[in-house]
Design a protein around this ligand. Structure first.
Ligand SMILES: NC(=O)c1ccc[n+]([C@@H]2O[C@H](COP(=O)([O-])OP(=O)(O)OC[C@H]3O[C@@H](n4cnc5c(N)ncnc54)[C@H](OP(=O)(O)O)[C@@H]3O)[C@@H](O)[C@H]2O)c1
Length: 337
């Protein structure tokens, strides 16, 4: 334990991130003070939101300072401790960074976790972490689907979207998913239980609108929106009266430099529909409730989660970029140790 490799943000990406925006640096392992503990990170969560944190724009989180390692949720093991309640060997989870070692503190974001969780401790970054909680609280608290309604999920084969579809089925809804290739679409219906799947690639707004009309013959009552742009436009064309759109993410726009987004918001007026932004951080106090329910459904086999784990901190850039090429086949995680 002498070196700390850190995946540092060197400059702010202009559009799509390129390797030169980052640098893998090696520094000494940091020391700890009273009330602090040293975390040996084992896994880092790679999330689309990290792209926003790389910009010089104030949002719900401050930008990552240039020269700092890229902020990420991690899970790891306490290596040293001068903090009550955190013992060496204990597994923890927190908002840290893509680096070998992070320093945690009592009263910070890092919390102990149970490594015996079935099937894998990485589930704290998927089903029981922000991803699972986004799906759970976003669908049930923001979108409020009714039992006989139709839920349209965009980015449906991804970490959040795949869970949303399964939750919509548990609620009794018709679930329609949009994803980026035939293999992902097959996974939507065969593995996650969606009633219908639409491959958006090669389709313009008109073709997508027609495909949604076919997959959702009674119209769309809820959109769980992860993508934005033309995909959101097609969904807006398909709304029923008083439909609800939960705006979870706009990944198709995160790397755009011109910020052109959906153009059909006027459909909300026509259909007296509502659109609500949702942020998982608002539900942190209720995570135990969400995690308990998700755990129950997972143990009953009613929810499955797929994780895509790439190995090696030196592969952080390529692993992160999978989120934008769509080559991740589940919740994107980087194995660091
Ligand atoms: N509001 C919140 O609190 C919150 C919390 C977590 C996540 N989110 C948002 O939820 C969304 C999904 O996040 P995730 O972690 O579950 O990631 P993910 O869906 O596992 O991975 C990203 C996926 O987005 C799709 N994608 C990428 N670029 C695209 C484009 N230009 N057009 C269409 N699809 C594109 C790709 O799937 P295809 O192969 O299907 O294209 C890719 O696999 C993101 O927008 C994220 O920001 C929001």
């Amino acid at each position: 334990m002498s070196e700390n490799r850190r995946f540092v943000l060197r400059r702010r990406p202009n559009g799509e991130p390129v390797p030169e925006d980052f640098e893998l640096v090696t520094e000494p392992v940091p020391g700890i003070g009273e009330g602090q503990f040293l975390i040996r990170n084992h896994y880092a969560s790679l999330d689309p939101a990290m792209r926003g944190w790389m910009d010089d724009a104030e949002s719900y989180m401050p930008p990552i300072p240039l020269g700092d390692p890229v902020r990420a949720s991690t899970i790891g093991v306490v290596a040293e401790s001068k903090a009550e309640g955190f013992e060496p060997g204990q597994w923890v989870m927190g908002l840290n960074a893509i680096e070998d070692y992070s320093v945690g503190a009592v009263g910070g974001f890092t919390q102990p976790i149970d490594p015996q969780v079935v099937p894998s401790v990485t589930n704290y970054l998927s089903l029981f972490g922000a991803v699972g909680m986004t799906a759970y609280f976003g669908l049930f608290e923001v979108c409020k689907p009714r039992e006989d309604g139709t839920v349209l999920v965009t980015g449906a084969a991804g970490a959040v979207g795949s869970i949303v579809g399964q939750l919509a089925k548990i609620r009794g809804c018709r679930a329609v998913g949009i994803a980026g290739d035939p293999e992902k679409c097959r996974r939507l219906t065969e593995r996650y239980g969606f009633d219908a799947a639409i491959d958006y690639r090669g389709k313009d707004e008109e073709a997508l609108t027609a495909a949604i009309a076919e997959a959702a013959p009674d119209g769309v009552d809820v959109i769980f929106e992860n993508v934005g742009g033309v995909i959101l436009d097609a969904g807006l064309n398909s709304l029923n009266m008083h439909a609800r759109v939960g705006l979870c993410g706009l990944i198709s726009e995160y790397n755009s430099t011109d910020r052109v987004g959906a153009r059909n918001l006027w459909q909300l007026i026509v259909k007296r529909a509502s659109i609500t932004g949702l942020l998982v951080a608002d539900y942190v106090a209720r995570f135990p409730e969400g995690a308990e329910q998700m755990g129950k459904w997972a143990s009953e086999g009613r929810i499955v989660i797929d994780e895509h784990i790439d190995e090696g901190i030196e592969n952080a850039y390529g692993a992160f970029m999978r989120l934008f090429s769509g080559s991740n086949q589940g919740k994107m995680i980087l194995k660091i140790a």
